[in-house]
Design a protein. Structure first.
Lengths: 115, 111
């Protein structure tokens, strides 16, 4: 069966510090990969998605970036965090080539607090 | 741009009462999905509806997809404390099939 792992689960970072969140998927090949952000009490905002190694699409302008160095690895980064970057970050995957509207499977999320 | 909207944003109900959340899309959807996020947890897929007018049930949960495939509802009968959480509807974006989510309805159960 497929699993998705995301780490770290929580982190507190000072403003201006770098960020790296990592996510790996097991049990499937060539998945679509996603990073979502959820501000406190808010909905799910799609930040990045990837359909393959090195292929990243950005949804919103921001100081975050994403990379996909391996088929099942997705990394979210920032060189300098802002207070507004605080939130709950969720990595997710879906099956590539599935019918329209394929199901999204989420990791357990990473709580980021920028202080 | 294409949007998926949900109402209400929050709902408090007494345990045992029914609950309904509504989802509306600005465009016709090929399908609609529902997810549940428990407090402190991550969203978990509940169900997908594909056909116009489709109705599906999961125990006390009833999901409907509108005839025009632009709206949907989730109804919970006789709520229990385990129903607490945020319910999201989601659908594929027309231009690239990427899933976009509504802002969710947060359900609180009063004992």
């Amino acid at each position: 069966s497929q699993t998705i792992h995301q780490w770290p689960a929580t982190l507190v970072q000072p403003v201006g510090s770098p960020l790296s969140l990592e996510c790996t998927v097991e049990g499937t090949s060539n998945p679509n990969l996603y990073w979502y952000r959820q501000a406190a009490g808010r909905g799910l905002q799609l930040l990045f998605y990837s359909v393959g190694i090195g292929q990243i699409s950005s949804e919103v302008p921001q100081n975050l970036s994403a990379s996909r160095p391996q088929d099942r690895q997705f990394i979210l980064s920032s060189k300098k965090l802002l207070l507004s970057d605080s939130g709950f970050y969720l990595c997710a995957w879906s099956a590539i080539g599935a019918p329209s509207g394929n199901t999204i499977y989420f990791g357990e999320g990473s709580w980021l607090t920028v202080v | 741009g294409q949007q998926v909207m949900q109402i209400p944003q929050y709902q408090h109900v007494q345990e045992g009462e029914d609950f309904t959340t509504y989802c509306n899309s600005s465009t016709t959807l090929s399908n609609i999905q529902w997810y549940k996020q428990r407090p402190g947890g991550h969203p978990v897929f509940l169900i997908q509806l594909v056909k116009s007018g489709e109705v599906k049930k999961q125990k006390r949960l009833t999901f409907q997809f509108g005839e025009a495939k632009k709206n949907s509802s989730l109804h919970i009968t006789a709520t229990q404390t385990t129903d607490v959480g945020t319910y999201f509807c989601a659908g594929p974006r027309r231009r690239d099939d990427k899933i976009i989510f509504g802002k969710g309805t947060r359900l609180h159960i009063l004992p």
